[in-house]
Ligand binder design. Structure first.
Ligand SMILES: Nc1nc2c(c(=O)[nH]1)N[C@H]1C(S)=C(S)[C@@H](COP(=O)(O)OP(=O)(O)OC[C@H]3O[C@@H](n4cnc5c(=O)[nH]c(N)nc54)[C@H](O)[C@@H]3O)O[C@H]1N2
Ligand SMILES: Nc1nc2c(c(=O)[nH]1)N[C@H]1C(S)=C(S)[C@@H](COP(=O)(O)OP(=O)(O)OC[C@H]3O[C@@H](n4cnc5c(=O)[nH]c(N)nc54)[C@H](O)[C@@H]3O)O[C@H]1N2
Ligand code: SF4
Ligand SMILES: [Mo]
Length: 870
C-alpha cells in the first residue's frame, strides 16, 4: 500500500487530457488521495471533470507492476538494467544505431521525454524515437510548420471566452476537454457566444451548438475552402500578411460545395457567422488530424485565420487542442522522429550541430527517424533488433493493431516500461520495467495553451517502481555515457533543457525558456504554472498577432488544398466506421478502469448505429454484432441512435483484451497515413457488419473478480465488486457448473428458471449476503444493472432474483451523473414531477450535474427530449 509523503494538500496537475487542470491532492489515512480542483490554477480555476475527480480511485496498488521482470521472472533492478543496456549496445554494435528504436508517449513528463530524446538522438545517434503523439497531433504539427514556419500554437483558453464565435471541428470538447468546454459553455451563457460544431455525429458537445454541421466524413477541407473563397469575396483578406494567397484562393474557388454533404443554407449560415465575427476561434482535434489528408485539412483552417488576420490576438485564432497531458511538452522537447529539441529542425545541419555541441554528444542522426507506423513495419521486417516502449500501449492503440502486436512479439528484444503489470503490450515484452505513476511522479507538463505546470508527488512509489527519467538514465549510464545522464533530481534535467532552449532561441526558435536555466530545486518545487514565452521576455506575449511568422520571409504561408474524401464504402464493406472516446474512460483504461465511478457511464463497448442500418441488418437493439475488415474482427453491443448518420457507425477505442473478449477496434483500422505527417487515418474505416448469433446472453455481478470463458465477455469494476456482460455461441449443459466456474465458487447457487421466458437466474449467497449472481436469457438480458450493482453493497433481499428493485425502490437506470451515481430514471422522474426547467435546477433538486459538471450536456439533452416528447 502507498504510504504518505505528506498530509497537506499538494498542488499538482491532472494526468489525463491536455486541458491540464490544476489538482489539490491530499493523502488520506487509508493510503489514497482526496482530490479537489486547484482554485488558483489558470487552466481550471478549481473545476475538475469526473475523470479528474475520480483520481483518488485510480492510484491504488491493484494491478500495478511492482518489480522488474525478465521473461516473466521477477528480477533485481540491476539485472534488468544491465540486460537492457547490453542488448541495446549489442544491437547497435552489430547492426548500427538505426537497428534500435524507442516508442514513447505524450503522457511522459517533459523530463522523461528530454532524457529519452537525448539518449536516442544524441548518444545512440539515431532518430528512431517516435511517440504516440504521431497518432494524435502529427498533422497539426506538420500543418503549423508549413503555415507558420514552426510548430507554435498561438491560442489561449481565454480566447474561447473572449470570442464572439467558436467553431469546434472534429472535436467532442464536452467529453474530451470537459473543463475547457465548461469555460466555453459559461461564456456562451453570459455573453451569447455563437458556437458551431462540425462533426458527422451529434455529440454531447452539440448541446451548446447554435449550429451543428453534419459534415460528410472527411469533407472538412471543402468547408474551409468555401469559407476562404467567400471571405476573400467579402473583402476580409485585404490586409493579410501571407505568401501564396492567390494559389490558395484559386484552388479554394474550385471547391464543389456538394462534396460537404451540407445544404446551401447550412453552409451560408456557417460562412455568415464566421465572417461576421471578428473574434472567431476555430478549435480542432482528431476529426481533423486523424485522416490521410489531415495536414491539408489543418492548413485549410490555418489559411482562413491567416488570410483574415484573425490570429494571435485576444478572442481569435486557430486552436489545435492537445489530447494527452504532455502532448505539447513532447512537441517542445522534440519527441517526434522528425524534430529536434526546442522546435529546432533535424534537417538543418546548423541546428543539429548546435544541439550536439550543447549535449557534448558523440553523434547525431543526419535525417529524421521512423514514424510510428513505419517503425512498427521495421520491427516486423526485422530491421529493428531492440525496441523500448515507454508509457503507451501500441498493441491496442496503433492502427492494424493485431499486426503491430505480432510485430512486437516477433522482435528480437522488447522492453516495456509501464505502471501496470498486464496490458495488451506488456504481455509481449521480454523485459518489463515498473514505472512510477501519477501521484508518485515529479516533473513538468505543458498543456494545450502552452502552459507549463508541475506534477508533484504525493505518494511513495509502489513496490520497486522508478521514475521513467531515472530508468532511462540508468540504462544510458550502463551504455557508457555516465556524465551526460548523471542527474539526481528532475529539476536538474529541467534546468538543462531550459539552457538548451536558450541555444535554440539564439538560432531563432520561439521556444526559449532559458530564464529557467539556473533554476534550483526549491524554485522548481515552488514553480507556478506559466505560459511561454513569459511576459517580459524577448518574445513578448502573443504569437503572429502582428502578422510576423517564423518563416524565412516572416509572412505566413497559405497552402492550396484540393479536398479529398476517404475511400468510399462499397457494397461489400458498406459502413464507414468512426472511432473515438467516451466520457469517463481514458484510452486503454489501465487507470480509469480501476474506478467504479468511472466505469458506470459506459460499461461496455457499443456500436452506435443508425436505427435504419440496424433494421436493414436485422440487428435488434442490445444484440451483438460482428464488425470486420480484412485485418480483424470485433464484437460489439448494438446501440441504435440517430446521433450517428446512416452508414456511419461509431465505436469507442477504450476496450482491450484485458477488459473484453473482442473489443479492440484497432484490430479493424488500416495503417493508412497522411504522407506529410505520418498520422494514421483512424476516423474512417470501411467495415462490414453482421449479427453475432448468440445462443444465450448473460449478466454477472460478483464481489470477486469474474473469469469468463464464453465467446463474448466485457468486464468492469463496480463499487464493492465486478460485473460482466456475457454471451455465447453454444449453451452450457449445466448452468450450475458454468456459474461456479465463472465466479470460482464451489457452493451451490439458488436457481430460478422461467422456461416460458427462457431465463435462468443464479444467486450465490453466503450468510445472507449476495456473493455473486448470474442472469441468463435467450435474448439480451433485461435486468437493472444499477440495482444489481447496488445490491452487492447491501444485504440480499427478496427482489434480487427478479433482477429489478422492489416496487418501493427506485431503479436508477443508466448512470448519467457519475459523481452522485444518479441514473436516467431518477432524473426523468424529478424533471417531470418537480417541473425542473434548467440544468441548474436539476442540480439544486438532486445534486446531479452540480459537482464536476461532466454530465451537464447529457442532462440538458434529456430535458430537451422530455420537452419535445411532452
Ligand atoms: N474522456 C476522454 N477524454 C480524452 C481522452 C480519452 O481517452 N477520454 N483522450 C485524450 C486524447 S489523447 C485526445 S487526442 C483527445 C481527442 O479529443 P477529440 O478529438 O475531441 O475526440 P475523438 O472522440 O477522438 O474525436 C472527435 C470527434 O471527431 C469526429 N469526427 C470523425 N470524423 C470526422 C470528420 O471527418 N470530420 C469532423 N469534423 N469530425 C469528425 C468524431 O465523430 C468525434 O466526435 O481527447 C483527450 N481527452
Ligand atoms: N481507432 C483509434 N485509435 C486511436 C485513436 C482514435 O481516436 N481512434 N486515438 C489515438 C490517440 S489520439 C492516442 S493519444 C493513442 C493513445 O494510446 P496509448 O498511449 O497506447 O493509450 P494509453 O492507454 O494511454 O497507454 C498508456 C500506457 O502507459 C501506462 N502508463 C501510465 N502512466 C505511466 C507512466 O507514468 N510511465 C509509464 N512508463 N507508463 C505509464 C498505462 O498503464 C498504459 O499502459 O491512441 C490512438 N489510437
Ligand atoms: S478536463 Fe478533466 S481530464 Fe482534462 S485535465 Fe481537467 S480534470 Fe483532467
Ligand atoms: Mo491523443
Amino acid at each position: 500500500m502507498n504510504t504518505h509523503v505528506s498530509c497537506r494538500p499538494v498542488r499538482t496537475t491532472c494526468p489525463y487530457c491536455g486541458v491540464g487542470c490544476g489538482v489539490l491532492a491530499t493523502p488520506t489515512a487509508d493510503g489514497g488521495l482526496a482530490i479537489k480542483g486547484d482554485p488558483d490554477h489558470p487552466a481550471n480555476f478549481g473545476r475538475l471533470c469526473v475523470k479528474g475527480m475520480a483520481l483518488g480511485e485510480t492510484v491504488g496498488p491493484a494491478g500495478r507492476l511492482l518489480s522488474p521482470r525478465v521473461s516473466g521472472r521477477q528480477v533485481e533492478w540491476n539485472e534488468a538494467l544491465d540486460l537492457v543496456a547490453r542488448r541495446f549496445s549489442e544491437a547497435i554494435e552489430k547492426h548500427g544505431p538505426d537497428a534500435v528504436a524507442f516508442y514513447v508517449s505524450g503522457q511522459l513528463l517533459t523530463e522523461d521525454y528530454y532524457v529519452a530524446n537525448k539518449l536516442m538522438k544524441g548518444f545512440i545517434g539515431s532518430a528512431n524515437i517516435d511517440t504516440n503523439s504521431r497518432l494524435c497531433m502529427a498533422s497539426s504539427v506538420a500543418g503549423h510548420r508549413r503555415a507558420f514556419g514552426s510548430d507554435t500554437v498561438p491560442g489561449r483558453y481565454e480566447d474561447l471566452e473572449e470570442a464572439d464565435c467558436v467553431v469546434l471541428v472534429g472535436s467532442n470538447l464536452a467529453w474530451c476537454h470537459p473543463v475547457l468546454f465548461q469555460r466555453l459553455a459559461r461564456a456562451r451563457e453570459v455573453q451569447g457566444t455563437k458556437v458551431i460544431v462540425i462533426d458527422p455525429r451529434r455529440t454531447a458537445t452539440c448541446e451548446i451548438a447554435d449550429l451543428h454541421l453534419r459534415v460528410r466524413p472527411g469533407a472538412d477541407a471543402a468547408i474551409f475552402n468555401l469559407l476562404l473563397a467567400e471571405a476573400e469575396r467579402r473583402g476580409l483578406t485585404a490586409n493579410a500578411s501571407v505568401d501564396g494567397m492567390e494559389e490558395a484562393l484559386t484552388t479554394a474557388r474550385q471547391t464543389d460545395a456538394a462534396m460537404t454533404g451540407l445544404s446551401a443554407d447550412e453552409l451560408d449560415r456557417f460562412i455568415d457567422l464566421w465572417c461576421a465575427s471578428d473574434k472567431v476561434v476555430t478549435v480542432y482535434s482528431q476529426g481533423i488530424n486523424q485522416s490521410d489528408s489531415g495536414t491539408d485539412k489543418v492548413n485549410t483552417i490555418l489559411n482562413c485565420h491567416m488570410a483574415t488576420g484573425r490570429i494571435g490576438r485576444p478572442g481569435m485564432g486557430p486552436f489545435s487542442v492537445t489530447g494527452q497531458p504532455n502532448a505539447m511538452g513532447g512537441r517542445e522537447v522534440g519527441g517526434l522522429a522528425n524534430m529536434l529539441a526546442c522546435h529546432l529542425d533535424i534537417d538543418d545541419p546548423v541546428h543539429r550541430q548546435a544541439v550536439q555541441q550543447f549535449w557534448n554528444s558523440p553523434r547525431m542522426p543526419h535525417a529524421p527517424g521512423l514514424k510510428a507506423v513505419d517503425m512498427f513495419r521495421a520491427v516486423e521486417d526485422g530491421q529493428i533488433k531492440a525496441l523500448w516502449i515507454i508509457c503507451t500501449n501500441p498493441a491496442m492503440s496503433m492502427p492494424d493493431a493485431d499486426r503491430v502486436a505480432r510485430a512486437i512479439a516477433g522482435c528480437d528484444f522488447v522492453v516495456v516500461s509501464d505502471i501496470m503489470a498486464r496490458t495488451d503490450t506488456t504481455r509481449l515484452a521480454d523485459v518489463l520495467l515498473p514505472a512510477t505513476g501519477w501521484g508518485e511522479k515529479d516533473g513538468t507538463v505543458t498543456n494545450s495553451e502552452r502552459r507549463i505546470s508541475r506534477q508533484r508527488p504525493t505518494l511513495v512509489p509502489v513496490g520497486q517502481a522508478r521514475h521513467d527519467w531515472r530508468i532511462l538514465s540508468e540504462v544510458a549510464q550502463r551504455m557508457g555515457w555516465h556524465d551526460a545522464f548523471s542527474w539526481s533530481h528532475p529539476s536538474e534535467i529541467f534546468g538543462e533543457y531550459a539552457a538548451l532552449s536558450g541555444v535554440a532561441g539564439q538560432l531563432g526558435s520561439d521556444f526559449d525558456i532559458s530564464d529557467c536555466a539556473t533554476i534550483n530545486r526549491s524554485d522548481y518545487d515552488s514553480m507556478t504554472p506559466f505560459i511561454w514565452p513569459r511576459a517580459g521576455t524577448r518574445q513578448g506575449k502573443r504569437f503572429f498577432g502582428e502578422g510576423t511568422y517564423h518563416t524565412p520571409t516572416g509572412r505566413g504561408r497559405m497552402v492550396p488544398v484540393v479536398p479529398r474524401l476517404p475511400q468510399p464504402a462499397t457494397t461489400d464493406v458498406a459502413f464507414q466506421l468512426n472511432t473515438g472516446r467516451v466520457r469517463d474512460h481514458w484510452h486503454s483504461m489501465t487507470r480509469t478502469g480501476a474506478s467504479p465511478r468511472l466505469s458506470r457511464h459506459s460499461a461496455e463497448p457499443c456500436l452506435e448505429i443508425h436505427p435504419s442500418d440496424a433494421e436493414s441488418l436485422g440487428l435488434s437493439p442490445a444484440s451483438l454484432a460482428r464488425v470486420s475488415t480484412p485485418r480483424g474482427e470485433v464484437v460489439l453491443r448494438i446501440l441504435t441512435t440517430d446521433c450517428v448518420a446512416p452508414g456511419q457507425p461509431f465505436a469507442p477505442i477504450h476496450w482491450s483484451d484485458q477488459t473484453a473478449s473482442s473489443g479492440r477496434v484497432n484490430g479493424l483500422t488500416p495503417a493508412m497515413v497522411d504522407h506529410l505527417s505520418g498520422q494514421p487515418a483512424l476516423k474512417s474505416t470501411n467495415v462490414s457488419i453482421t449479427a453475432f448469433e448468440a445462443k444465450w446472453y448473460g449478466y454477472a455481478v460478483s464481489r470477486h473478480s469474474i473469469d469468463p470463458n464464453c465467446e463474448y465477455w466485457v468486464a468492469a469494476r463496480l463499487a464493492g465488486g465486478y460485473q460482466a456482460e456475457l454471451a455465447g455461441l453454444s449453451v452450457p449443459l449445466d448452468w450450475t457448473e458454468a456459474g461456479q466456474r465463472l465466479f470460482g465458487i464451489d457452493r451451490k447457487p439458488i436457481i430460478v428458471r422461467d422456461d416460458k421466458r427462457g431465463t435462468i437466474r443464479l444467486a450465490f449467497v453466503e450468510e445472507d449476503r449476495l456473493i455473486a449472481a448470474l442472469f441468463v436469457s435467450a435474448d439480451p438480458v433485461a435486468v437493472s444493472r444499477s440495482h444489481l450493482a447496488d445490491s452487492l453493497l447491501k444485504d440480499i433481499d427478496a427482489t434480487l432474483l427478479a433482477g429489478r428493485p422492489a416496487a418501493d425502490r427506485q431503479d436508477e437506470g443508466a448512470t448519467i451523473c457519475a459523481c452522485t451515481g444518479i441514473g436516467i430514471n431518477r432524473l426523468i422522474a424529478a424533471i417531470t414531477t418537480q417541473k425542473l426547467l434548467t440544468v441548474d435546477e436539476v442540480g439544486e433538486a438532486l445534486g446531479a450535474g452540480a459537482n464536476c459538471g461532466s454530465c451537464r450536456p447529457e442532462i440538458k439533452a434529456l430535458m430537451l427530449r422530455l420537452l419535445t416528447d411532452a
